[in-house]
Design a binder for this molecule. Structure first.
Ligand code: GLA
Length: 379
């Protein structure tokens, strides 16, 4: 059944259009966005698709093909932070954020379907937000730019869902371009599309979903963010972004022991993004490998957001010949990326799978990341 027919069966009318917004993997620049630093994500071909028709009776009706059989019906006037549980909070939060920002938007019938693996650190929630935001922007004629929509989506997640995320995932889902990584400065949202011709160089970027998500993640993310903000305040900086590697040793001397590794990670990670961009600009894609692996070590040893499963996936991928590998996303599980020769992709996947089996872990799920397009109208 095509999506318009599925929408018609659900709501008894045709949708006014269909929009898509992708998940992402971040090449490098982890836990830098809320420190107003650099990130370098690519969009995945996997995306949320949203079919939508406006309503004028103040109701928002939401259905997700992945979320169970029921339609969630919400009254726009009742939308309040924390009021909507589960997946529906992401699209509802976007509508709430638009209204809170003064945009005169009404309700809608919404049907969502996604092939972004959930809980894998691939930003399935940002994709839900951005598909909704792009659709509302077009249908209600808001004329907002992609970065403005990304910021509203982030506000939905921060204030409505209650997750204190940075801006990376929403900017990636809104602004990425096919064949390129998005080099984003989180301080002012200036960005540059950096070509990543993996196939042209006989390379592939493997994504290995460890299928674990440690509960610890939710509270720990907020605590790490708070730790970074405290360190910046102690150093008299508006954000850790303002610290460069030459000032790092002196800065560390001024900080309590528990904050030092956080600051070391953020400062060195920002520098790694710049190194990675230089490698891509020079067309030396394999030079990215050691940068990825160094980024993982920093997340494991300093930021401490890796876990046994992601550590093992990185170790096994590199041992099997990957140029480099690292966990991607917030951490505490989720996915690992590995840069490999295209011809070695199956071998590396098999090696990681064998290592997981030997350790008694569930089999990882593998996909290949092809830099894809950001949010767009499909019809
Ligand atoms: C999550 C957040 C992002 C970013 C990453 C870590 O994906 O949503 O804003 O902070 O973690 O880099």
């Amino acid at each position: 059944m095509n999506t318009a027919t599925a929408f018609g069966e659900l709501y008894g009318r045709a949708p006014e259009g269909e929009w898509a917004a992708p998940g992402r993997v971040n090449l490098i620049g982890e836990h830098t966005d809320y420190n107003l630093g650099f990130v370098l994500p690519i969009a995945l071909p996997q995306a949320v698709r949203a079919q939508i028709r406006r309503r004028d009776d103040g109701l928002l009706r939401l259905y997700s093909a992945q979320g169970g059989p029921e339609v969630t019906e919400l009254r726009l006037d009742d939308l309040a932070p924390g009021s909507v549980p589960g997946w529906a909070a992401y699209p509802a939060g976007v509508v709430w954020a638009l209204r809170a920002a003064g945009h005169a938007v009404g309700g809608a019938d919404v049907r969502l379907e996604s092939d972004v693996p959930g809980g894998a650190g691939l930003s399935s929630s940002a994709a839900l937000e951005c598909a909704t935001a792009a659709a509302y922007n077009d249908l209600y004629g808001l004329g907002l730019s992609a970065p403005e929509l990304a910021q509203l989506a982030q506000r939905a997640e921060n204030a409505f869902v209650g997750v204190p995320c940075g801006i990376m995932d929403q900017m990636a889902s809104m602004c990425c371009r096919p064949g390129a990584a998005l080099f984003l400065d989180s301080r002012d949202l200036t960005m540059r599309q950096v070509p990543v011709d993996l196939a042209g160089q006989g390379l592939a970027l493997l994504v290995l979903d460890t299928r674990v998500k440690h509960d610890l993640g939710d509270g720990a993310y907020a605590a790490l963010r708070a730790g970074c903000e405290k360190a910046a305040a102690l150093l008299g900086l508006s954000a850790l972004r303002s610290l460069d590697p030459s000032g790092l040793p002196a800065a560390l001397d001024r900080l309590p022991a528990e904050l030092q590794p956080l600051v070391r990670h953020v400062v060195t990670e920002n520098a790694r993004v710049e190194t990675a961009v230089a490698a891509l600009d020079a067309g030396e894609l394999t030079a990215l490998g050691p940068v990825l692996t160094a980024g993982h070590a920093s997340l494991r040893d300093d930021y401490r957001v890796s876990c046994p499963e992601t550590d093992l996936a990185v170790e096994a991928a590199v041992a099997a010949g990957a140029y480099g590998a690292r966990m991607t996303g917030g951490g505490f599980g989720g996915s690992v990326i590995a840069l490999v020769d295209a011809t070695a992709a199956d071998r590396v996947t098999a090696a990681v799978t064998a290592a997981f089996r030997a350790a008694g872990y569930a089999e990882p799920r593998a996909l290949t990341a092809v830099p894809a397009e950001g949010a767009r109208r499909l019809r």
